[in-house]
Ligand binder design. Structure first.
Ligand SMILES: [Zn+2]
Length: 219
């Protein structure tokens, strides 16, 4: 799947946990970056054998553990964030299984599983629909949580926790958007691809808005 599809599938997979753990907008601001970062984590290693490794159950488990240990060392993360990160990352493999492929038993086997091909007309349409559903769910999450203080306040540690997760996500988002546009020029335009392009821009804008709002908050 493309990045918007991954973000949407991981958000939907994490929704029960988010509804259970996130009571306030502060909780949400500290949770969404975990969904975003771990939703695309396997794609940071998108070169030959490294992709095989990151798109396998053992490889992804190692990647998630390393990332969580580093994050815990830096920010003392909570149980909710560990659970949400794990589900978001696992959802990546499920999404690539649905449209693309993954290697369940690597390094014991190089065999891969695939239900549908990546970047087909059906894939693009499905990603648009899944993202739209996730966007509605996300909006309802934001509207249903309350703000603890008069305005949202984050500690310096919490602020950097968001930044350190959203910056790489934004980098990946920009790279994939460029790649998607290049791909559009060869595969051709079409309404679904144009909508997915707008969705790409929406996720970039959302990341920038989140970064800006977090950077401007101090406690
Ligand atoms: Zn992937």
């Amino acid at each position: 799947m493309w990045l918007p599809g991954h973000l949407a599938v991981s958000l939907l997979a994490c929704t029960p946990l988010v509804l259970y753990y996130c009571r306030s907008k502060e909780d949400l601001i500290l949770t969404i970056p975990y969904i975003a970062f771990f939703a695309v984590l396997p794609d940071f290693l998108h070169f030959e054998d490294l992709r095989t490794f990151s798109h396998s159950m053992i490889g992804l488990t190692i990647l998630v553990l390393v990332a969580l240990v580093v994050l815990h060392f830096l920010f003392k993360i909570r149980r909710a964030q560990v659970l949400i990160a794990s589900v978001a990352a696992a959802a990546h493999l499920a999404a690539d299984w649905l449209f693309g492929h993954f290697f369940p038993l690597y390094p014991f086997s190089n065999g891969y599983e695939s239900l549908n091909s990546f970047n087909t007309y059906i894939d693009i349409q499905a990603e648009v629909v899944i993202f739209s559903v996730a966007f509605v769910v996300f909006t309802m999450m934001v509207l249903s949580t309350r703000t603890i203080h008069r305005s949202i306040e984050l500690s310096n540690s919490e602020k950097w926790n968001v930044v350190i997760l959203i910056l790489p996500f934004l980098g990946m988002d920009l790279l994939e958007t460029v790649y998607f546009v290049q791909n559009m020029t060869t595969v051709g335009l079409g309404v679904s691809r144009m909508i997915l392009f707008v969705i790409f821009l929406t996720t970039i804008l959302g990341s920038v808005v989140l970064l800006r709002s977090v950077m401007s908050r101090r406690r």
